[in-house]
Design a protein around this ligand. Structure first.
Ligand SMILES: [Zn+2]
Length: 448
């Protein structure tokens, strides 16, 4: 821990150079988000209600939503206006499962994490943060990183107004057993050659996990992430088989809840899903091999499932093209179709579903591709939108601030051409991004 934090503080800040994807956009200066603006929306989906409302005026004052009124309402003369009457407005989207410090494609050779410099890590994080924001995701939960505190680093830089990016909640390091799904051991590489900073959350036994969880909280994590059972994209282990014991999970949950933060459990297998729920975890990631009992338990306790029902296709095609390790591809094949069946059952059973893309497995910025798969699996478009707005906000504990266009919450809003309730794929092309009342992205024709 000492090594990496010392290195972080030595680096000076430089702002990102302009990236090609942002050519047609207007950017706000990189200052903490507290703008005031009036937005006239042709159609408004507020993230909470069951219907879209035509012609609404959203007034954001000093970064927060001050009022929502009929489109022709008066606004103070000094307030900047943006005419989005040809657009549908929605709350800024929330992705509850990203790895904002990681670069897609690194799965091919995980040893890159042993060698990567802190400067390179920062460059990747900043680019990802900006791409994610421009894709319309104004809030993300960064559910861990191999490199101990890289997620906290980018979060703090965004909050300080030094980098353009989404609001970030971050887990710090993975809490995992030795050789577990979050432990960066690679066959053929002796343990003594592995840098300490990629194994900061490795523990065994309830007491050791408690100490690691306390270290994560003390270091600035605002969510805790446990690897309860085996991972697809890790060496050794079986996705369905439990790794952490119920006592170990409970020890982490106790620390997280005492600190007022959520605990999310990576769990593919039915047994570890049930054990995580019973130990008090707030959400389950992947949940691909949940059985009927696990689904019923999640529904009863209202524990959310965060399931990326898109990334399996990416891994199966691009992963294969790029020559990812055969073991990862096989474990992916074993979990993709069954996960989609679980998704359908969980949705029907009333398990809260939260939008999580596992981005970094595939490129950042493609976060919205999953909506179409969810709707294709039978989810109502409005419910799919809520997984990434009000429901996601509740499960990351930020329901007072994000996830809805509602008085008092942050002025985070996106706009798209077309109606996502009729065609969910319009969310893949977000035209306007406002965060905290500041316009980060808008098409040229709306800028007068
Ligand atoms: Zn992940």
């Amino acid at each position: 821990m000492i090594g990496i934090t010392a290195r972080l503080t030595l680096c000076a800040f430089t702002l990102l150079s302009t990236a090609s994807y942002a050519k047609d956009t207007v950017r706000a200066p990189y200052v903490p988000d507290s703008g005031s603006i009036a937005l006239r929306c042709g159609l408004l989906i507020d993230g909470i209600g069951d219907a879209a409302i035509p012609d609404r005026l959203v007034l954001i004052r000093d970064g927060r939503i001050a009022s929502i009124s009929p489109g022709k309402s008066r606004v103070p003369a000094s307030t900047k206006r943006l005419d989005l009457s040809a657009y549908t407005c929605l709350p800024g989207l929330i992705d509850t499962h990203t790895h904002i410090t990681d670069h897609a494609g690194e799965t091919r050779d995980l040893s890159i994490y042993y060698k990567r410099s802190i400067d390179e890590e920062r460059r990747i994080s900043r680019t990802n943060a900006e791409i994610t924001l421009f894709a319309g995701f104004t809030t993300v939960r960064n559910v861990g990183a191999y490199s101990g505190w890289s997620g906290r680093d980018i979060r703090d830089h965004i909050n300080a107004g030094q980098v353009a990016g989404p609001r970030v909640q971050t887990a710090g390091f993975y809490l995992t057993i030795p050789g577990g799904g979050g432990d960066l051991v690679i066959p053929g590489i002796p343990e003594e050659n592995i840098p300490f900073h990629v194994r900061m959350g490795v523990a065994r036994g309830a007491d050791a996990f408690r100490k690691k969880a306390e270290a994560a909280v003390a270091g600035g994590a605002d969510v805790l992430k446990i690897i309860a059972s085996g991972a697809v994209l890790a060496y050794g282990g079986i996705p369905g088989s439990p790794e952490m014991t119920p006592e170990e999970i409970a020890a982490v949950v106790e620390v997280g809840h005492a600190a007022g933060i959520k605990v999310t459990a990576h769990a593919h297998g039915a047994q570890s899903i049930k054990e995580s729920i019973l130990a008090g975890a707030d959400s389950i990631e992947h949940a691909s091999l949940a059985d009927d009992e696990a689904i019923a338990l999640a529904a009863e306790r209202q524990v959310a499932f965060s399931m990326d029902v898109y990334n399996g296709d990416y891994i199966a095609t691009v992963g294969r093209e790029q020559g990812w390790p055969e073991e990862f591809l096989r474990k992916n094949d074993e979990t993709v179709d069954v996960q989609r069946e679980v998704f359908k059952k969980a949705y029907k059973a009333g398990v809260p579903i939260i939008y999580g893309t596992d981005s970094a497995v595939y490129p950042h910025g493609d976060n919205a591709l999953q909506f179409a798969i969810m709707v294709g699996l039978g989810m109502a478009p409005m419910d799919a939108i809520k997984t990434s707005t009000s429901v996601a906000a509740e499960y990351i504990g930020w329901q007072d601030d994000v996830g809805a266009i509602e008085h008092g919450r942050f002025g985070d809003l996106i706009a798209v051409k077309g109606n996502p309730l009729e065609d969910i794929t319009v969310l893949q092309k977000v035209s306007v991004v406002v965060k905290g009342g500041l316009v980060f992205k808008m098409p040229a024709e709306a800028s007068n």
